[in-house]
Design a protein around this ligand. Structure first.
Ligand SMILES: Cc1cc2nc3c(=O)[nH]c(=O)nc-3n(C[C@H](O)[C@H](O)[C@H](O)COP(=O)(O)OP(=O)(O)OC[C@H]3O[C@@H](n4cnc5c(N)ncnc54)[C@H](O)[C@@H]3O)c2cc1C
Length: 479
């Protein structure tokens, strides 16, 4: 007879993926624990206070259009700490064009008539409804966008967006997983414009207008609140070193802790670590699954935070920042004007600007010293923003493996992962390399995963309503 297990579910990894899944499971009365190797919850999400500035190591905001996220914030009590944008939603967006900041009109008509596009580029955009759909399922973002909207739209609009928000290279990013809403419009309606028109006429938009927000004390207040919930069983400084499958019904998990080794048994185990850490844990359990996980690529990224006196920056900073197309040959991929977006990010009469260096565009930049990274950023932003002073605060946050890349071969990897997982009942992978990197996608995916596990543990009670459809890929671009 099987020994009774200690837990229903043990979660490995205390980033937002593990914490959100744990929260849904605990809410439904399951006996769980969450083991995190570091001393703090949050994983990539980390808010720092430094010389009066509040900086974000990774995610700086949530861009949401999903009801699951609204519900999650309401039920976790985080709604009351929400920091909304200072800027009106229709405020300007900037892009670098021919070495200068170019403001993008926020209406479709204004955007179309903007001098950003050449005449031939405009005619190419108009041809979109007449281009047939493809049966290819492995198109890259570059292939999909240049086929439907033309090369100019790819280079001037989509490439900076994909590089600047996902650290990814559109020439190698799988369209179906990186821009699923656009590929879905083509599949359903034959063209992007037809899909948008149908949604407008019938009022059946699949998603509402996105809204971006953070929290008053920064993004880290979300994971900290989740980890504090007693039913979560959050254990810091528990580095999982071994996973053993004892029978069809339970798993044994062991962790190295400051006071020695801890072991527990659980009916289900969720690995919510980056794929390379999951690969290490799974090597003795399933060598093939481990090697597919090891083969998922990550992009490196440095975030350079600079603080200035307001008086020393001439630009009005009347937007959330700007993105940089690759042909502009700048060091940075983008620049967020954090103190224009949210209150309390900088002391009074001072500004916080956060820039992104590296990604798939310049992976080698992760090797630059902090001083050189700062100098490269300053060389780009000083002339653009009319900065005539040295920064009063500098801080560089480096991520050797910042974001997983949903590359061209990602669909094959995902299929292999799913097949191998079928042979390992009770084992689940829930992290940002499956279902999207944004915090919004992480919460939506956690909701789905918890639903699946609850249904498996108790087939008669499926407490969390499943509002997602299986055929919809979950990934959406981040803020
Ligand atoms: C620079 C940057 C900017 C970003 N900006 C945004 C943004 O503005 N908006 C947005 O929505 N998203 C943004 N993102 C993406 C988002 O922050 C991440 O995708 C998300 O936080 C990842 O969460 P996760 O839980 O999947 O993984 P992680 O946060 O990486 O958590 C994994 C956890 O597993 C733990 N772990 C690993 N191995 C073990 C082990 N053996 N035992 C126990 N624990 C282990 C780790 O310590 C870690 O805490 C950004 C990311 C980066 C890097």
């Amino acid at each position: 007879m099987n020994k009774a297990t200690d837990l229903d579910v043990l979660i490995i990894g205390g980033g937002i993926s593990g914490l959100a899944t744990g929260w849904y499971l605990a809410q439904n009365g399951l006996k769980i624990q969450l083991w995190e190797q570091s001393e703090r919850p949050g994983g990539k999400i980390q808010t720092d206070r430094y010389q009066g500035f509040q900086t974000e190591r990774a995610a700086s905001m949530i861009m949401n259009f999903k009801p699951e996220v609204d519900q999650f914030l309401h039920q976790t009590g985080m709604e009351q700490y929400r920091a909304d944008r200072l800027l009106p939603s229709q405020s300007k967006r900037y892009l670098i064009h021919q070495g200068k900041l170019k403001s993008l009109p926020m209406t479709i008509g204004g955007l179309f008539f903007s001098s950003l596009w050449s005449t031939s580029g405009k005619f190419r955009l108009l041809a979109e409804p007449f281009i047939g759909r493809t049966n290819k399922t492995d198109e890259t973002v570059s292939e999909f966008i240049s086929r439907r909207l033309g090369r100019e739209f790819l280079e001037k609009a989509m490439e900076p967006f994909i590089s600047g928000t996902l650290a990814s290279d559109p020439d190698n990013a799988c369209a179906r997983y990186v821009i699923p809403r656009l590929t879905a419009l083509e599949q359903r309606f034959g063209s992007i414009s037809a899909g948008i028109a149908v949604h407008k006429i019938t009022g059946t938009r699949t998603a509402r207008n996105p809204e971006s927000f953070s929290f008053n004390e920064g993004m880290e207040s979300l994971p900290r609140r989740l980890a504090r919930l007693p039913a979560m069983g959050f254990k810091a400084a528990h580095r999982v070193t071994q996973l053993i499958r004892h029978s069809e019904e339970h798993w044994e998990v062991s962790a190295k802790c400051p006071d020695g080794e801890h072991s527990l048994t659980a009916k289900h185990v969720i690995i919510s670590t980056p794929s390379f850490s999951a690969a290490e844990i799974l090597k003795p359990v399933h060598a093939q699954l481990s090697s597919v996980l090891q083969a998922i690529d990550y992009a490196p990224l440095s975030v350079v935070h600079l603080g200035f006196e307001r008086a020393g920056v001439h630009h009005p900073l009347d937007s959330s920042g700007f993105l940089v197309p690759r042909q502009e040959k700048m060091a940075i991929n983008g620049n967020l004007w954090m103190s224009s977006i949210f209150a309390r990010r900088a002391p009074e009469n001072q500004l916080l600007l956060s820039s992104y260096l590296g990604g798939s565009r310049h992976p080698e930049d992760i090797q630059l010293s902090a001083q050189t990274s700062i100098e490269r950023v300053l060389a780009d932003i000083k002339p653009l923003l009319g900065i005539n002073q040295a920064p009063i605060m500098t801080r560089v946050d480096k991520h050797q493996q910042a974001l997983p890349l949903y590359s061209r071969d990602y669909p094959q990897k995902l299929t292999a992962i799913e097949q191998y997982l079928h042979t390992l009942p009770g084992l689940h992978l829930e992290a940002n390399y499956i279902g999207g990197v944004s915090i919004r996608d992480r919460i939506v995916s956690a909701h789905q995963k918890a639903h699946t596990i609850i249904a498996q543990l108790n087939p008669k009670s499926s407490v969390i309503p499943n509002t997602l459809t299986a055929d919809k890929p979950l990934i959406e671009t981040i803020a």
